[in-house]
Structures are given as C-alpha cells and as structure tokens.
Design a protein around this ligand. Structure first.
Ligand code: KG4
Ligand code: ZN
Length: 342
C-alpha cells in the first residue's frame, strides 16, 4: 500500500489444496507451510508493486486471533524485516482487518461511511459489529457455537464435497432449489443479535442420513441450496435489523463467507428493502488477504493509534491491543509460549 493508501499489490498463497485430504486445516501443517511461503510471497508482492525492500516504510502483520503457529511465523518474519530495515512493525487484529476490506479501493466500497453495522463471517468467526468510528467497535452479537464458515465446511463434508466447503456448496447450490428442504433458522431470543449454526448443521446431517437409511440418495444440489438459504437468511436478517435499529446509513459484510453468492444477494435485497446501503466488497477482498491488513494498519498509523511491536495472541479480542501482562494472564492456563517473547 502506498503512502496515500492506494493498493500496489495483494498476493495470496492459499493452502486449501494442502489441507483438502484432511478435510480441514491441520495447524502444524499450516505453520510449516507458512514458513515455506512467507518469503516467496514477500518477494512476489514487492515485484508486483515494482518496489525494493528498502523502500518500505512500515510493515503490518496479523497478531491474532488465529492459530498460534501460523501467527508466530508471520509476526517473527515481519519483526525481522522491521528490525533489519529499522521501520515500524504494526500489529493488526484479524477481524478488524476483515472490516477494513470496506476501505479498500473498489467500486463496491464507494460511499462506505462510518458509523456502520458490519458482519464478519469467516471460518472462525460470526460477529455482528457496530462500527462507530475507527478504533471504536462494539460487538453486538456473535455465534454461540459454530462459526458460519465452520457450518459450511461441515455440511460440505456430509455431502462429500471436500475442503474448503464454502465455495463448493456455493457452486453446487446454484443448480438446486433453495425451497426444497425447510432447514431450521435459529433466530434465538427476540432482540438477540447472537447466532447459532450447530442445529442447522445437525439438521442437514440428519436429513442426509435419514434419506440414505431409507435407501434414497438426497439431491446434493437441493441440500446445498436449502442449507445456504437458511444460513444466509438469518445472517442478513440480523444484520439489516441491527442496521435499521441503530440508524446507520448502511450495512456491510466481509470475511470468507461474505464471498457466498446467496448471502451477498440476501444482504443486498434486505438492505434495499429497509432503505439501507449494502456494502459488499469483491469476493477476493472478503476472503483472507494481505491488503486488508495493510489497510487497517494504514488507518491506525494515520490516526497515531498503531499497535507497535505486537505480541502474538491467538485469542486477541476485538477493539484494542492487549497489554502484555494481560496476554500472559490469559495464556497461563493454555501453556506458555516462549517463542512469543523473543
Ligand atoms: O476469512 P477466511 O478466508 O478465513 C478465516 O479467517 O477463517 O474464511 C474462510 C471460510 C471457510 O470456512 C470457507 O469455507 C468460507 O470462508 N468460504 C465460503 C465461500 N468462500 C469461502 N463460504 C461460503 N461461500 C463461499 N463462496
Ligand atoms: Zn479471515
């Protein structure tokens, strides 16, 4: 990202193919793969931007939440580069980075304005956020069990579609009837902005098992279409409800599941019906990418609130960088991590 916040390159190394045979991300394999790819990706990003390493003025890195091994690889490499070049190292919260997809240049982001109500839906999170201003975030609700992406991945496994499940279900569902099977929608208590997807996931698995026990093969297109319809309706309904109640100009979605075509359509339709703007970044900026991390850091640096010299925190809360002793206390029960101290 240049000094004016314009994107110069955005290189993604996906590990999806590597984890496919295991049906999900294997943490140890993920961190080893990070180690192998991080330097080539850095070189590639510089080449694409036509820049030399010594032109870089600051380096931003995800410090959490996430898998500790992968986070450590990223933070250690970023710290090494920052030390060698004597430039600032800026820590970024992964969920906050997903929110900053809305500030990345794209025609879909045109008009994005704070305050906004935003949904971050990924493999690990389903958070409904009232984003008042930069650095001023309130989590209105979140999933009480599975993240939406986790539900997609598990349903895909039931249908034998492999990993990652989200894109496969999206593709398969296009040829199915979303009204074919009435799967449950968990709205929880009236007024609740929380989510729950484990009941929906179990309902799909039970439906498929019952059909097979009766000697019939379920129609995978209909199952995929009906499942993602149920999922998207609840996500979009709560997002738009929160947007209307809080009186914001519009609502936004980001995170891997925000690449889902049905969710994108539901959000646009329901927001329009409620008189709200719908901010839906292009799919490649919704799934994990480095541009959103740079963008979050760029805004924090511009405001003088950058989190300098971050420590890895696998359960980093949204809203503010933790004090170092706070990270240590939270980690005490889960085994300490000496690599983080270096
Ligand atoms: O944000 P992300 O790239 O990584 C995490 O931070 O977790 O999200 C990954 C999740 C996976 O669960 C994947 O199945 C899901 O996003 N996903 C999708 C689609 N593309 C990716 N889910 C539904 N439809 C999609 N098109
Ligand atoms: Zn993510």
């Amino acid at each position: 990202m240049d000094t004016d916040g314009r994107l110069e390159s955005n290189v993604v190394a996906s590990q999806a193919a590597l984890h496919r045979r295991y049906g999900g991300v294997v943490p140890e394999i993920a961190s080893r793969r990070h180690l192998e790819t991080v330097i080539p990706v850095l070189r590639h990003a510089l080449a694409e931007a036509g820049r030399d390493l010594d032109e870089i003025g600051a380096i931003a890195v995800t410090a959490g939440p996430g898998l500790v091994g992968s986070l450590l690889v990223g933070v250690t490499v970023a710290r090494a580069v920052a030390c060698a070049l004597e430039i600032p190292l800026v820590g970024v919260n992964h969920l906050e980075a997903h929110l900053y997809a809305h500030f990345l240049p794209s025609r879909h982001a045109a008009g994005f304005a704070l305050p906004a109500v935003c949904l971050v839906v990924s493999g690990g999170h389903t958070d409904l956020i009232f984003w008042r201003d930069h650095g001023d975030l309130e989590v209105l609700g979140r999933t009480r069990d599975d993240a939406a992406g986790e539900a997609f991945d598990k349903v895909a496994r039931v249908l034998g579609l492999g990993y990652p499940g989200g894109p496969a279900i999206d593709r398969l569902g296009r040829d199915g009837d979303p009204g074919a099977i009435r799967f449950p929608r968990a709205y929880l208590e009236e007024d609740s902005y929380d989510f729950s997807f484990s009941g929906l996931k179990t309902a799909v698995a039970t439906y498929v098992r019952r059909m097979q026990a009766g000697g019939a093969e379920p129609n995978p297109q209909d199952v995929a279409a009906s499942f993602q319809q149920a999922c998207a309706e609840v996500l979009a309904a709560k997002l738009v409800l929160a947007g209307s109640r809080l009186g914001v100009k519009g609502v936004g979605i980001s995170g891997g599941v925000a690449a889902n075509s049905v969710l994108r359509r539901e959000v646009r339709a329901r927001a329009a019906a409620a008189g709200l703007e719908a901010w839906v970044p292009p799919a490649h900026l919704c799934t994990d990418n480095a541009a959103m991390v740079a963008c979050a850091a760029w805004h924090a640096m511009a405001r003088g609130t950058a989190w300098l010299d971050p420590v890895v925190d696998p359960s980093l809360p949204l809203g503010r960088p933790p004090a170092v002793d706070e990270v240590d206390t939270r980690r005490a029960g889960n085994g300490d991590n000496p690599g983080n101290r270096s």
